[in-house]
Write a protein that binds this ligand. Structure first.
Ligand code: FPP
Length: 224
């Protein structure tokens, strides 16, 4: 969800106004996904590198996440959305973590849409945390390191219960993946759009999904 800062700057507004508009877009896109047949939506809200931003921006974003959870809880529950979070919760404010755990528990049996929000998420950090767990398991004698499978590694990632993404969309014209699901997106399709996230509408998503439907995915194989 890149481009919130530039969207605000273009209008002479503080960056946080762009993030607030971005949060509105999250709501709209979440609502539109089931109509488009999308069952899993993962949004990258805060990376392990985003702590480098000003204290004002970091605290503003954290407050925005808390407000989103509090205000959207009833709507998400009523609309059958299961909400989950990926990322390292350790450095987050315990009050925010309690809200996150609360909405995860409250929406756990919903199945219409799986919404996952990445907060303090970094793909390398996720792999590091998985490596620690697997190494501990090996030391304890529960795992033969030489026989470790890809499935075992996947099962130790934050996304253990989620399918790999079919399509990764990055807004704002940047053509980087920025530490987003590096293991899981190994065979994902990518779409880089110049649209800034606060301008990203359900109509734009529909257009991208239309293009995605026509792509030839071979997963390393050859078409019969
Ligand atoms: C990147 O744009 C965006 C972020 C670091 C924050 C994304 C957060 C939201 C959209 C807020 C709401 C999220 C939820 C789940 C309620 P940028 O600030 O790097 O933009 P720039 O590159 O133009 O400066």
């Amino acid at each position: 969800m890149d481009g919130n800062g530039r969207w605000a700057k273009q209008r002479g507004w503080p960056r946080l106004v762009g993030h607030r508009k971005g949060a509105e877009r999250v709501k709209e896109i979440t609502r539109a996904c089931p109509d488009f047949g999308v069952k899993y939506l993962t949004v990258y809200a805060f990376s392990t590198e985003n702590w480098k931003r000003s204290t004002e921006e970091v605290l503003g974003l954290m407050a925005l996440f808390a407000r989103y959870i509090q205000r959207e809880a009833d709507v998400l529950s009523a609309e059958g959305v299961r909400m989950r979070f990926i990322g390292d919760r350790g450095p987050l404010d315990p009050k925010l973590v309690r809200l996150m755990e609360g909405i995860e528990a409250r929406t756990a049996s919903n199945t219409r849409l799986n919404l996952t929000v990445a907060i303090n998420y970094g793909g390398r950090d996720e792999l590091r945390r998985a490596a620690i767990r697997l190494a501990q398991s090996a030391v304890a004698g529960h795992l033969d390191p030489a026989a470790m499978t890809e499935a075992e590694l996947s099962a130790n990632l934050d996304t253990a219960d989620l399918p790999d993404p079919d399509l990764v969309i990055r807004t704002s014209g940047e053509t980087r993946t920025s530490n987003f699901l590096p293991w899981q997106a190994a065979y994902s399709e990518y779409e880089f759009t110049p649209v800034l996230w606060p301008d990203f509408t359900p109509a734009k998503l529909a257009e991208i999904l239309g293009g995605f439907g026509g792509r030839d995915r071979r997963f390393g194989g050859v078409k019969p």
